[in-house]
Design a protein around this ligand. Structure first.
Ligand code: HEC
Ligand code: HEC
Length: 448
């Protein structure tokens, strides 16, 4: 148990003063929730306040792909300062949830680069889902939303957490509107921005507008690319080379393989890179999933992706193509240092663990594994260089947090490298088994 050391002296004190125990426990709990990485308490934390880091951001930061950013707002939802301000209010308002305790910001906290630092998120009544909360910084650049890309726009996306039973738990978007509609401040704001009283479509428009104001570049890497040769150190420079050559990262983390991508470092595509998959389980799940997929119901799909074991199927839930089994979206790597833990299931604690996963080409027993995943033969120096490069993608807003987080991850990686397998990393690529799926056959094992 993680807090055993603190708990024992506290237990002693309890005999003397139960009140002190409660105070101390709250202190330990609060200290825990301030850390990045896994958080232990099983109830949704207090809703964060909208501070400096929540403010709309300028498009004139170094490194911003300006034309794409300006084009990101759809014609029927142009950006205006008043709409963004209304969206910000809604993003931090727990009253949109069924019991008033959970807001968007609960799982997308600006102080943690709009993530929650947990393996998987906690919603109303301490309910947990199966997926790690991605950042909403630069979500305006995403071609699709969610790890499996099940919706395209931020407007469509915003409704789903409100009505998901383990997130904000409302029976419908209208139920959420009904909770805020009587509030005078909202009545005025909706009227002034949209010329109508509060309603569902405008509510999600305002939230999407706020999210499109969360542009986050201006990192040491951007200054390096913009000509300041000393903005990143030699290790990060070597990491950038490895990223685009023998590390093979640019096969997926770049708009195209022919040109180095200095924007969001994703191909906007989906790949099975071997995260959390045992073949037999996935085959059985794929067969089960067909019913949900065929229903074409967005809310049902959202629940399957977040609450059930079908979550592991990834993109297959949307396309029904075998090649998409366990394929997930290539994430934007901006600010990745400060958005631990990693992958769609939050299964990796540090960037060193992520690098160890890639280095051994994990998942080779999985027939649907992407062909670009193979042993990389990276040395410890190479891995440190790749981590230094990834750390250089941290925006100026998160500089201090990044310094602390790099120290935390480095310390953890010195005592624990659960994914490291040097022998496999330096072994030749093994042939993959052939894919085959037959829904009439019983799975041999359900173990994950
Ligand atoms: C209980 C935690 C929780 C709450 C509350 C929540 N989210 Fe999320 N959010 C998540 C998780 C987990 C995912 C990933 C789910 C998936 O991919 O299936 C996600 C995904 C997203 C994405 C997609 C980002 C990407 O890179 O694909 C956006 C945008 C987003 N949320 C915005 C919101 C908004 C807006 C609200 C409030 C209306 C909200 N979230 C409420 C946990 C939460
Ligand atoms: C075959 C495509 C592919 C290649 C090659 C690849 N990635 Fe990824 N990367 C992905 C996908 C897809 C995910 C999300 C997978 C998941 O969560 O299941 C991901 C996730 C990550 C994450 C976690 C991000 C987060 O927010 O959780 C990091 C960091 C990362 N990749 C860095 C790298 C680096 C560095 C390399 C090269 C050593 C690399 N990737 C090679 C496709 C790829």
């Amino acid at each position: 148990m993680r807090f055993a050391k603190q708990t024992q002296p506290i237990a002693l004190l309890a005999v003397l003063c139960p009140c002190l125990l409660i105070c101390l426990w709250e202190y330990v709990d609060a200290a825990a929730s301030l850390r990045l990485g896994a958080v232990d308490s099983q109830h949704a934390p207090p809703i964060p306040k909208a501070g400096r880091l929540a403010r709309p951001k300028s498009v004139h930061q170094v490194g911003v792909p300006v034309a794409e950013t300006l084009a990101a707002a759809p014609a029927d939802n142009p950006q205006t300062p008043e709409k963004i301000a209304l969206g910000e209010k809604l993003f931090f308002d727990g009253r949109l949830s069924v019991d008033g305790t959970v807001a968007c910001a609960t799982c997308h906290d600006p102080a943690r680069a709009f993530t929650d630092g947990r393996v998987t998120s906690i919603g109303v009544e301490g309910r947990t889902g199966q997926r790690n909360s991605p950042t909403i910084l630069n979500a305006l650049c995403n071609k699709t939303q969610f790890w499996d890309g099940r919706v395209n726009t931020l407007e469509e996306q915003a409704e789903l957490p409100i009505i998901n039973p383990v997130e904000m738990g409302q029976p419908s978007l209208d139920a959420a509107v009904a909770k805020i509609a009587p509030i005078e401040e909202y009545q005025e704001a909706f009227r002034s921005v949209f010329g109508r009283p509060p309603n569902g479509p405008d509510l999600v428009r305002a939230i999407a507008s706020y999210e499109r104001s969360q542009i986050s570049f201006d990192s040491p890497f951007d200054h390096f690319i913009a000509s300041d040769k000393n903005a990143i150190d030699d290790s990060a420079k070597r990491g950038w080379e490895i990223f685009n050559t023998r590390g093979r990262c640019n096969k997926c983390h770049a708009l195209s393989e022919s040109k180095r991508d200095v924007t969001t470092l994703t191909d906007n595509d989906f790949h099975n890179i071997g995260i959390g998959i045992i073949r037999h389980n996935v085959v059985a799940l794929a067969c089960q999933a067909e019913q949900v997929v065929n229903s074409g119901n967005k809310a049902a799909l959202d629940q399957a992706a977040i609450q059930t074991d079908m979550s592991a199927l990834g993109r297959f839930l949307i396309t029904k193509k075998d090649a998409d089994i366990a394929a997930f979206k290539t994430p934007d790597l901006r600010n990745v240092l400060v958005t631990a833990p990693y992958f769609h299931d939050g299964s990796q604690q540090t960037l060193w663990d992520v690098m160890d996963h890639y280095n051994k080409g994990d998942g080779l027993q999985d027939p649907d594994l992407d062909e670009d995943i193979q042993p990389l033969a990276l040395t410890e120096f190479d891995i440190d260089d790749l981590v230094a490069f990834l750390a250089s993608l941290t925006s100026a807003d998160y500089h201090d947090l990044g310094v602390k987080e790099l120290e935390r991850q480095r310390a953890l990686s010195r005592t624990s490298r659960p994914q490291r397998d040097t022998a496999r990393a330096f072994a030749p690529k093994q042939p993959e088994p052939k894919p085959s799926r037959n829904c009439d056959q019983e799975p041999k094992s359900k173990d994950r």
